[in-house]
Design a protein around this ligand. Structure first.
Ligand SMILES: Cc1cc2nc3c(=O)[nH]c(=O)nc-3n(C[C@H](O)[C@H](O)[C@H](O)COP(=O)(O)OP(=O)(O)OC[C@H]3O[C@@H](n4cnc5c(N)ncnc54)[C@H](O)[C@@H]3O)c2cc1C
Ligand code: FES
Length: 509
């Protein structure tokens, strides 16, 4: 069996270093504060600045190291079988708008790459959703019919350039793939061209009503620093501030896994995803004069699986059977947020408040949806409307089937909360071997203990600092992950990603 690397390492991060941007050190006043240095935040900041607004982009950690630094970066308007789903749920007009909006995002990427001569490995590719079973074939055929009726460039194909049998596929022609960090680093350079506008190690903690002059809002960052602004854009993946939008009850996080493989048989062209669960995703990246195959998939809800290494092993076995493995060069995983109706939340954070915006819930299609966030939010700020604002409105609410999903989703969350609290804690310290973690009982309290390779113990209170669920061990990433809304923590309790803003309590001393 080919070895899987012992540590997570994203190809995108490994192959392109970004500059170290300074931490915010003093209060500032801008027109728009954009929170989050992923594709949604960087694109929005770029677009607003281009329209003449003074912007500040604040990032809690390093830019492009969140989900955008761990994606597979297919830039396509084909988002699974979304068109038929939207048509059935909301009607043909909304499905048409979804296609238009994402086409505008894809066009924006192509245009700016050309205009600014951005070297980001942007390659045109056809994009395919594959049917492996007869049952899924019917769904694929329906998607083809719907997409064609909407005027999208889609067709049914019986055969694909892959070394395994498929029943058929829906192909969207002339889509694209790129290196997301090369592309977005170029946008960061443009944002920072005239003055320093990007701040790293600067975590936004709260939003309050404006305190000086006629500025409407204050974003409070770590150290109590204030960013006075007229507009705040929450592009922090999970919104760091809820504003009574109840986002925690309207989205759930899903993790997925990626292997970067030098294969024995060469991968051809195209970007693929299997329709059936657990989905497998395939694309290549140009690598050392050849190709590195990215095999992704094996998703599950965050925090609901302990032995996550098995997910990588399943991807390895699939790659071994299909292409043969020379070497697994990279492995990484990340998570994305899924909304109740599979359409992202992009627009006003809450109804009636027109100075705070959110962009989230991209369901693993954030290269176009994140780009679209910039276009849509810029239009809402400058023109006060967008043709797609209703479709993406975070305040949309539809009883069927969203309410059903909401109830189901909250039931899962409540179950996790209770299950976590009641779970027996059977392990003692003696069970621990190096590089493993367990829940143990200390004086009757539940404690998460990780023993590192040198035998040092790292002990945390496993109560999530967001809303009190019990975090679970993620063995492959060596992190504590929350099954309720996806907050993740290091072995020493530091926040890797929110919605939690505070670290887990360390119990070492
Ligand atoms: C395995 C996998 C594969 C995928 N492949 C594809 C694909 O092929 N094509 C596609 O279109 N999409 C894909 N996606 C989805 C896509 O990668 C994401 O939707 C997108 O990257 C999300 O971008 P973002 O800007 O919303 O979030 P992020 O990139 O996570 O950026 C948010 C940033 O906000 C920062 N932040 C958080 N809280 C705060 C705070 N309080 N203050 C300041 N900063 C904060 C974070 O540190 C982070 O850097 C994939 C997703 C997964 C999980
Ligand atoms: S992320 Fe919400 S309770 Fe943990």
């Amino acid at each position: 069996m080919t070895d899987i690397p012992n540590f997570s390492n994203s190809y995108w991060i490994d192959s392109l270093k970004t500059p170290d941007y300074p931490q915010l050190k003093e209060d500032i006043t801008v027109d728009a504060a954009v929170i989050g240095g992923g594709i949604a935040g960087i694109t929005t900041a770029y677009m607003l600045q281009k329209e003449g607004l003074k912007v500040a982009l604040v990032e809690a950690n390093k830019v492009l190291a969140g989900t955008t630094g761990h994606t597979t970066a297919k830039v396509t308007i084909q988002h699974g079988l979304i068109y038929n789903k939207i048509k059935n749920h909301y009607g043909e007009e909304k499905a048409r708008m979804y296609g238009e909006a994402n086409s505008a995002a894809l066009k924006f990427v192509r245009d700016i790459v050309k205009e600014k001569n951005i070297d980001c490995d942007l390659i045109d590719q056809h994009s395919y959703v594959l049917a492996i079973t007869d049952e899924y074939l019917q769904k694929v055929e329906n998607e083809v019919k719907t997409a064609q009726a909407l005027g999208l460039n889609a067709k049914f194909v019986e055969k694909v350039d892959l070394p395994f049998e498929v029943k058929g596929a829906v192909c969207f022609e002339n889509q694209a793939m790129f290196h997301p960090r090369k592309y977005l680093k170029a946008l960061c350079d443009l944002i920072n061209e005239k003055e320093q506008c990007i701040f790293e190690d600067t975590r936004a903690l709260d939003i309050e009503p404006g305190a000086i002059g006629d500025r409407e809002l204050v974003v409070i960052a770590n150290g109590g620093l204030k960013i006075h602004c007229d507009y705040a854009v929450l592009a922090s993946h999970f919104p760091f501030y809820d504003g009574f939008g109840m986002y925690f009850a309207r989205m759930y996080p899903e993790r997925s896994y990626v292997l970067g493989i030098k294969t024995k048989k060469e991968f051809g062209e195209g970007m693929y995803i299997t329709g059936e669960d657990p989905a497998k995703s395939l694309r290549y990246v140009p690598y050392n004069g050849g190709k590195l195959l990215l095999v992704g998939g094996e998703h599950h809800r965050t925090g609901q699986e302990n032995n996550t290494m098995v997910r990588y092993e399943n991807l390895r076995d699939f790659a071994e059977e299909t292409y043969g493995i020379e070497k697994i060069v990279y492995r990484w995983s990340t998570q994305d947020l899924v909304t109740l109706d599979d359409i992202p939340y992009i627009g006003y954070l809450t109804q009636g408040k027109h100075n705070a915006f959110v962009a989230t819930g991209f369901r693993k299609w954030g290269m176009t949806s994140g780009t679209l966030s910039g276009i849509l939010i810029k239009d809402l700020i400058l023109k006060k409307n967008s043709p797609w604002q209703e479709l993406y409105s975070p305040s949309r609410f539809n009883l069927d089937p969203s309410l059903k999903n909401l109830i189901k989703d909250n039931a899962v969350t409540a179950k996790e909360l209770i299950k976590g609290k009641l779970k027996n804690v059977p392990h003692t310290m003696d069970d621990l071997t190096p590089d493993t973690a367990k829940l143990i009982s200390v004086d009757g309290n539940k404690v998460g203990v990780y023993k590192d390779a040198d035998g040092n113990l790292h002990m945390v209170d496993t109560t999530c600092r967001h809303m009190g669920c019990e975090v679970q061990w993620n063995s492959a990433e060596r992190s504590w992950d929350c099954p309720c809304h996806g907050s993740r923590y290091t072995v020493d309790g530091q926040v890797i990603e929110g919605p939690a803003l505070k670290p887990l309590e360390m119990l070492n001393d």
